[in-house]
Each structure stands twice: as structure tokens, then as C-alpha cells.
Write a protein that binds this ligand. Structure first.
Ligand code: FE2
Length: 193
């Protein structure tokens, strides 16, 4: 039987990469194939990772973060026809589809970001992620994610820093607002034990 690529090995590789590189483009180039390999790990098939948060629309399962909140790895499960507002990350990100169909809509920012709380965004493209597909985000990239399938979808998310600790934003397109974006992370520490 093939030895699977474990969370411990993945995190060890993330540490090596980020110790040697600081450019988000180079980091995500190196992380992407490893994230795709780790997305196939049997470790990610626990039933508790499929649990979604009905209020939020998606369940955020933290697999790893460093003590200073760097190198955060999440498994996120999305309810059908639910998703996120447009948001940025203020860190690099690599996302791999595990199952289902997640639509990503990208946005361009038209204003210069100097007026506090104001943001004028324009959709600039979209694609649908399915199992094995990889998406990368850079710190200022703005997108929204929506489960467009009939069943739950799941994806593996790796960030340079835990996204509740980057000072990132969500955006209200209609009212042209920018506000702090903090997501609810599932209380499933037992699952990581
Ligand atoms: Fe995102």
C-alpha cells in the first residue's frame, strides 16, 4: 500500500518552503502540487469534516496553524447554494477542490482604497472548481466562493496566515462597503487529536 502524504509531512514542507521564499507567487507555485497531493489523504475523509455551519453556510475545520497563526490549513465544507461574500485574504492562499462544484467569482477593485470603509468592485471573471482543481490567491486578490452543486462541496485551504488574523476584509458590492471579515471556525479540536 502506498504511504499517504500526511498532515505532518505537508506542514513540514510548508515550513521549508516559507523559510526559503517570501514571494507569494513563488510560495504558491511550490505549495500547489503538495496541496493537491495532501488533498487525497485519507486523513481528510473523517465524517466530522463534512459538517457545515448552517448559520454561516460553510463549516471551517482547522487542521493546523503555527503558534503565531502562520501556515493555517483548513478543510472547508460548503452547504449547497451557500457561500461567501466577496473578500480578500491579506495573505497567500492555495485551494484544492475535493468534491462538489465551487464557483469562484473574481473582482477588480476600481477605487484606490484610500477612503476608509469604501470599495468599488467590478466582477472580472469566474470559474467552477471541481475535485483536483487548484486555485491560488494573493494578498489583495478579491473573490467570492459559492457552492453551485446539489450536494455539499469540500475544499482544502492553505494560507500563509490564519485568515482571522490577517486583518482582511469582506465587501458589500451593492453599497460599496469594505468591512472586517472574520469567519467562524468549527470547535472540533477533538478531531485533530
Ligand atoms: Fe477566499
Amino acid at each position: 500500500m502506498a504511504i499517504s502524504y500526511t498532515l505532518d509531512r505537508y506542514v513540514s514542507d510548508l515550513r521549508t518552503i516559507t523559510a526559503e521564499e517570501t514571494d507569494p507567487v513563488k510560495i504558491t507555485d511550490l505549495v500547489a502540487p503538495l496541496a493537491k497531493k495532501f488533498a487525497q489523504s485519507p486523513e481528510l475523509r473523517r465524517p466530522e469534516y463534512r459538517e457545515c455551519d448552517y448559520e454561516q453556510g460553510f463549516g471551517v475545520h482547522l487542521l493546523h496553524e503555527e503558534p503565531n497563526h502562520d501556515l493555517a490549513v483548513f478543510l472547508i465544507s460548503w452547504l449547497p447554494n451557500r457561500g461567501t461574500t466577496p473578500h480578500n485574504h491579506k495573505t497567500w492562499a492555495v485551494v484544492v477542490g475535493i468534491e462538489g462544484q465551487e464557483q469562484e467569482i473574481n473582482y477588480d477593485r476600481l477605487d484606490d482604497g484610500t477612503k476608509r470603509g469604501y470599495a468599488d468592485l467590478k466582477p472580472s471573471g469566474e470559474q467552477v472548481m471541481t475535485a483536483g482543481d487548484i486555485a491560488r490567491c494573493y494578498p489583495e486578490h478579491i473573490h467570492s466562493v459559492w457552492n453551485v452543486g446539489k450536494d455539499i462541496s469540500m475544499s482544502l485551504h492553505t494560507y500563509g496566515r490564519h485568515i482571522n488574523y490577517t486583518g482582511r476584509s469582506e465587501f458589500d458590492l451593492q453599497h460599496r462597503l469594505e468591512k472586517p471579515y472574520v469567519i467562524k471556525v468549527a470547535d472540533d479540536e477533538h478531531a485533530r487529536a
